[in-house]
Design a binder for this molecule. Structure first.
Ligand SMILES: C[S@@+](CC[C@H](N)C(=O)[O-])C[C@H]1O[C@@H](n2cnc3c(N)ncnc32)[C@H](O)[C@@H]1O
Length: 287
């Protein structure tokens, strides 16, 4: 349970596709809902990777929380778009492949499209089969199926996360809350505090996560005057619940949730010196 469980009431559940042997069902279920937050997030993550790359520490390392089958990794490590992934996993020619055959084909597909400056990608999700798939096809360098809401990180996860440069999350706040972030930041090296970039549905408060990050030396800013569409509502009931949740937070839903879409805010948490040196509006492309 996270403290956002109440705010998330009424939201459709897709647990049945989160932990399949391969990602075909995941993409086929989300495409009709125009799930598009990873594509919007990609533009932001690319800008943040550029900013972090300019530091003399070598290859940038990213931990994607709630990484699923590696969607954010695929976009960060190649020139592929989310539409390319929807096309691939809905392609009738791949429908008859076994999971092993698809994984073999995907390994080549992603390797052929890998950017020379691809970041090192680590992933965390509770879905062990999704993590296994993402590792197997080379989207993740390493991944862990752990629940940091209920348990401390394993020694292997703690060791790997200790020097990441950037922690990313799309579609995950609500499933994870302050405990996950607190535990991740708790194992990071003090002199290498990562940045945390979170796309968060507008019915979920982020204050408690931001407060927790403050304890680890991070200042959280929200990108002003900008929201990012996540997906269409799956039903009228889902829309009503979201409208209620967003309005309860005093937020105007006009042109956003009222028009049938979940929208996200973007929060970026960084050490204070970085906040001063690289003002948010200069860092992030406003859509
Ligand atoms: C809506 S999906 C988002 C996946 C991906 N980030 C994206 O944007 O397409 C939510 C993911 O959170 C994962 N999840 C749920 N509870 C979790 C937890 N406690 N810790 C880590 N991952 C969790 C689910 O398995 C699922 O893969």
């Amino acid at each position: 349970m996270t403290s956002n469980d109440v705010a998330g009431q009424g939201k459709a559940g897709f647990d049945h596709v989160y932990n399949r042997d391969d990602p075909r069902d995941y993409y086929q279920v989300l495409k009709p809902l125009s799930y598009e937050i990873p594509q919007h997030a990609h533009a932001v993550f690319a800008a943040l990777l550029d900013a972090r790359n300019s530091e003399p520490s070598g290859t940038t390392s990213v931990l994607d929380v709630c990484c699923s089958y590696g969607v954010n990794a695929a976009l960060m490590r190649s020139e592929l778009t989310l539409d390319d992934l929807y096309d691939r996993y809905g392609d009738a020619k791949l429908a008859g492949l076994s999971t092993q055959e698809l994984a073999d084909a995907d390994r080549t597909f992603y390797s052929d499209r890998r950017r020379p400056d691809a970041p090192r990608m680590l992933g965390l999700d509770t879905a062990d089969r999704a993590i296994d798939y993402a590792c197997n096809v080379g989207l993740l360098d390493a991944g862990w199926a752990e629940n940091l809401e209920t348990s401390p990180p394993s020694p292997a996860l703690a060791e790997a996360v200790s020097d990441v440069d950037l922690i990313t999350i799309t579609g995950g706040v609500g499933y994870v809350g302050e405990r996950t972030f607190d535990q991740l930041l708790g194992v990071c090296q003090e002199d290498r505090t990562p940045w945390v970039a979170a796309f968060v549905l507008r019915m979920y408060p982020y204050d408690h996560i931001a407060e927790g990050l403050t304890q680890h030396g991070l200042v959280t800013e929200q990108l002003p005057d900008t929201t990012f569409p996540q997906r269409r509502f799956a039903s009228d009931e889902e829309q009503s619940a979201a409208l209620q949740g967003v309005r309860a937070r005093g937020t105007d839903t006009h042109g956003k949730e009222e028009d049938g879409w979940y929208h996200c805010d973007l929060f970026l948490s960084r050490p204070e010196a970085d906040v001063v040196n690289q003002p948010l509006p200069e860092l992030i492309p406003i859509p």
